[in-house]
Each structure stands twice: as structure tokens, then as C-alpha cells.
Design a protein around this ligand. Structure first.
Ligand SMILES: Cc1cc2nc3c(=O)[nH]c(=O)nc-3n(C[C@H](O)[C@H](O)[C@H](O)COP(=O)(O)OP(=O)(O)OC[C@H]3O[C@@H](n4cnc5c(N)ncnc54)[C@H](O)[C@@H]3O)c2cc1C
Length: 469
């Protein structure tokens, strides 16, 4: 009997392990691996840093497939137009994919599926992104959870499906498809921005798996207490691999679920599923505050302050260190994401959407669900009953989580000679200390762009009006 020819459409699942669409296709037919790079048709077009990361990950995935005598066929354009053409050229009779939960892509995929089914093409979609599909853990009558603790409790009662075996055999179809090269997809930035990223990140599934195993062996036991220290000694740095599906979250979960130290880490993986549950039910999560009262909130539009924040020139060293790390590496530890985001939204009263956009463009792990939820959580605009008066004091946060200023010294080197006592707030250092450290405030390093105490009062007044009204 003639074998089925199955297009496996890759989107953000560039891996051989626990890849349900790929595995199921390999069991029933010959595979035609396809990636269509779409600059539109997503709720948000991919940001600059993630495009660079995608380029690296495609190179690595292409090599994995070539080692199995396969090839990833690459296209640039609109999947709705290109897919029927690819089906015709390859004489494929089925298309399999792992579901994408970007709201616009998800809706569009349903449309493509309906059109192709009419043409007698078999369509199968799978869960390859989350621990469980976003519609499964919901309240009665399919109402989504709006509070994480309730979602978490419900989640723990259910089983997480086992990962699929890794693809081991070469089961690829011969085709006349041409396609593009990775370079011709135009993913690399025109400006010279990526030197530190190149030095920092290693693409590839094997590397991701090794890094995760090493984390479990050497760091997991201390994760609950070390995850807030802004150095990767304390956390796993798996987010870049999860963002593009180089690593399967389900495999991670099952690898550590019986480890006695795993509960704090698994809780964070469930936060990720929670973000997707919110995104699935509130598809405007990236741009519209969940709490409708914030539609009339009076944010400040101040481009100079926004610019100082983006480029790490606020005069608050922990915020500046974070924003510079973000620009240089495309990554930020969770604690510093929270401090920097809180500073933008609460101290500067700049709309959270502006911060969300900047993170989206500069994070290699940019994830529409996590980023939108993270920003709305910090802004207090409807995620969880977070009290609006929780306003991080950037100096106290810095003293607590970067006690000796190691993080600040790394990313704000002009402060490296300041004693630990003043490194968290150089504006409080006496003149002779600044002189000895070779710093002139306003020249070598900025004065604080706001007075935190006054900014806190202003934020409380603004937020107070919302909560009253
Ligand atoms: C303002 C803001 C924006 C954020 N934007 C993103 C984003 O674009 N992409 C992204 O992946 N994460 C985002 N996060 C969540 C979190 O900061 C990162 O997932 C985490 O820092 C990634 O580092 P890690 O892999 O070492 O995390 P670990 O601490 O090792 O955690 C392991 C995994 O658990 C998940 N996780 C951990 N913390 C959270 C969290 N708070 N919310 C949801 N999932 C979590 C992530 O998938 C992470 O990779 C954001 C948080 C905030 C406050």
C-alpha cells in the first residue's frame, strides 16, 4: 500500500523529542518537514532578539534533520497561500501540527484546517506546547481561573500526559520542493547588536537537554531560595528553549516530578500553563488591561523617561543593570524583570504596554502569554488579586537580592569601584566616596530620574482613584 505523505508544519516546536506531530507522522507515513516564516498573521510579529535566536535554532534543527537524512523546507510568506501550493507539489495527503496558542495564529489555523479538510487533506493537531491544553483546567461551565492559587490547586489534581518518544528513524519523503535558505528568511538584524548574544547562547536540543539535566543535578535543591538572586546559579535559564519549543515542558515535568526538591520549580512551570490559560480565554491579554477600570487610567507619556529606562540610564543601578543585561543578552532573571517592570509602571507611571513592547522586541525568550501576564501582574491590572500598593522599592530590592552589588558591577561597570554600602543608590554617597570611586554623578552615571518616595505617593494616588471608582 502507498504510504501516506505527511507535511509536519513546524512553528515553535523545533525538536525531535516529545514532538507529537512529528512522532505521529513517523508512525503512519513519510514526513515532509516544513517551516513557513510569517511576518504577519501572528498577534504580534516576532521581535528582533527572538528572530536572531530563531535563526540560530533553525540552523541547529536543520543539522539534526540532516543527520537523519531529512531536511527542513523553509518558506517565507503566508501559510494560507503557501500550504496549498506545498501540498500540490509534494502530493501530500495530510498535514500535522502542534498547536500554536498565539490567538491570531490559532484562529487562522482553524480556518486553514477547515479549507484543507474540504480538499480531502487529513489534518491532525496536537498538544506540544504546554503541560495540558489551555481549555482543560477551567472552572465549572468552562470559566477560566483568574487567580493562580486556585488554578494551581485544580491543576495538581490532574495527570500531565507522558511525553512522546523521540524520533529515531529516518522516515522522510522524497520531494521536488525547493524552498528558501535560513539566511534568506532575513532573520538577522541589520545593526550590529548580537555580539554578546552570540557569546551567551548555545542553540540546539541536545544542549537544552544537557543544561536542564545539569540544573536538576546541581541547582534544583536550592531553587526555592536561590531563584531570586540575579545570577544563573539559582535558576534554569530554560525559557529561551521553551519559547521556541527546543525543549518540551512535558519532558521537563516528567523528568523531575518524583524529585523531592521539584515542587517550587514545577509551580513555575504551572505558572506558564496558567499564562496560556489566560491568553486563550482573553486573547487581548497583550494589549488590554484585564481589569476594565484601567481603560480610563491616566498613565504618563514621557518619552525621555521611557528612553532612560530602555537604555539603563535611570540612576537606579539595579534597574539600569537589568535593562543593560536585557539589551546585551536578550535575557533577564525573573526578579530583575519584576523590579524593572515595576519601576516603569509604578515609579514612572508609563503604560505597561510600552514595557511589554520593549521586552517583546529585546527578549530572546519573548513569549506572548508569559510576557503579557508578567506585565499585567506587575502593573496590577487584573492578573491575580495582587495588591496595587505593592510597589517595589528598587534600592531595597537591590540591597536584598544583590547584596554585594555583584550584578550591578557586571552590568554597570562605571560603578564598580563604589563600596557595597552605596552601590545600590550612588546618589546617597558622600562626595569624597564618589571621588575615590572616580564617579561624577550627572556625567559618569545619572542622578535618579525620580524620587522614589514621591513617585510611590503619586502611584498610590493614581491607583487609589481606580480602586475607589
Ligand atoms: C514583566 C515580566 C515579563 C516576562 N516576560 C516573559 C517572557 O516573555 N517569556 C518568558 O518565558 N517568561 C517571561 N516572564 C516570566 C519569567 O521571568 C521567566 O520565565 C523566567 O525569568 C525565565 O528564566 P528561567 O527559565 O531561568 O526560569 P526558571 O525560574 O528556571 O523557571 C523555569 C520555567 O518556568 C516558567 N516560569 C518561571 N517563572 C515564571 C513566571 N513568573 N511566569 C510564567 N512562567 C514562569 C518559565 O517557562 C521558565 O523557563 C516574565 C516575567 C515578568 C515579571
Amino acid at each position: 500500500m502507498k504510504k501516506s505523505r505527511i507535511i509536519v508544519l513546524f512553528r515553535n516546536d523545533f525538536r525531535l523529542h516529545d514532538n507529537p506531530a512529528l512522532y505521529e507522522a513517523s508512525r503512519t507515513g513519510e514526513i515532509i518537514p516544513v517551516y513557513i516564516h510569517e511576518s504577519t498573521n501572528h498577534t504580534k510579529s516576532m521581535g528582533g532578539a527572538q528572530k536572531w535566536w530563531l535563526h540560530q535554532c533553525l540552523l541547529s534543527f536543520q543539522t539534526s534533520l540532516e543527520n537523519m537524512n531529512g531536511r527542513l523546507y523553509l518558506f517565507n510568506g503566508n501559510a494560507e497561500v503557501l500550504l496549498p501550493e506545498i501540498i500540490e507539489t509534494t502530493e501530500a495527503d495530510a498535514v500535522y501540527w502542534n498547536r500554536c496558542y498565539d490567538p491570531k495564529t490559532y484562529r487562522r489555523d482553524l480556518k486553514i484546517a477547515a479549507l484543507l479538510i474540504e480538499e480531502n487533506i487529513q489534518i491532525k493537531s496536537f498538544e506540544g506546547r504546554l503541560l495540558r491544553p489551555p481549555w482543560e483546567v477551567v472552572k465549572e461551565e468552562k470559566v477560566p481561573y483568574r487567580v493562580f492559587s486556585a488554578f494551581y490547586k485544580a491543576f495538581l489534581k490532574e495527570e500531565v500526559p507522558k511525553p512522546f518518544p523521540a524520533l529515531k528513524e529516518s522516515v522522510f519523503a522524497e520531494t521536488d520542493l525547493k524552498g528558501e535558505t535560513i539566511s534568506s528568511l532575513g532573520l538577522l538584524p541589520k545593526m550590529n547588536w548580537t555580539k554578546t548574544m552570540e557569546e551567551t547562547w548555545m542553540p540546539g536540543e541536545n544542549h537544552a537537554i544537557e543544561q536542564f539535566k545539569d540544573f536538576c543535578e546541581t541547582k534544583l535543591a536550592r531553587y526555592h531560595e536561590a531563584r531570586d538572586i540575579p545570577f544563573p546559579e539559582g535558576f534554569s535559564v530554560m525559557s529561551p528553549y521553551l519559547a521556541l519549543g527546543i525543549m518540551s515542558v512535558r519532558s521537563m515535568y516528567h523528568y523531575l516530578k518524583n524529585n523531592p526538591h521539584s515542587s517550587a520549580y514545577i509551580r513555575q512551570l504551572i505558572w506558564r500553563d496558567y499564562a496560556y490559560q489566560l491568553l486563550f480565554h482573553f486573547p487581548d491579554l497583550h494589549g488590554i488591561s484585564l481589569d476594565e477600570r484601567f481603560t480610563s487610567f491616566e498613565w504618563r507619556i514621557d518619552e525621555a523617561d521611557f528612553d532612560a529606562w530602555k537604555h539603563g540610564r535611570t540612576g537606579f543601578p539595579i534597574v539600569d543593570a537589568g535593562m543593560r543585561e536585557l539589551w546585551a543578552t536578550g535575557y533577564l532573571p525573573n526578579r530583575v524583570r519584576m523590579i524593572a517592570a515595576s519601576f516603569l509602571v509604578k515609579d514612572l507611571l508609563i503604560p505597561w504596554q510600552k514595557g511589554e513592547e520593549w521586552f517583546w522586541d529585546t527578549l530572546i525568550d519573548a513569549d506572548i502569554a508569559n510576557n503579557s501576564m508578567g506585565w499585567q501582574w506587575v502593573a496590577g491590572t487584573g492578573i491575580d488579586p495582587a495588591p496595587y500598593f505593592r510597589i517595589f522599592n528598587p534600592v531595597l530590592q537591590s540591597e536584598k537580592f544583590d547584596k554585594d552589588g555583584r550584578y550591578i558591577k557586571k552590568w554597570v561597570p562605571e560603578l564598580k569601584s563604589l563600596p557595597a554600602k552605596y552601590i545600590h543608590d550612588p546618589s546617597k554617597a558622600p562626595d569624597h566616596v564618589l571621588q575615590e570611586a572616580g564617579i561624577e554623578l550627572g556625567t559618569d552615571y545619572p542622578f535618579p530620574i525620580v524620587d522614589h518616595k514621591a513617585a510611590r505617593k503619586r502611584a498610590l494616588e493614581h491607583y487609589g482613584q481606580i480602586k475607589k471608582g
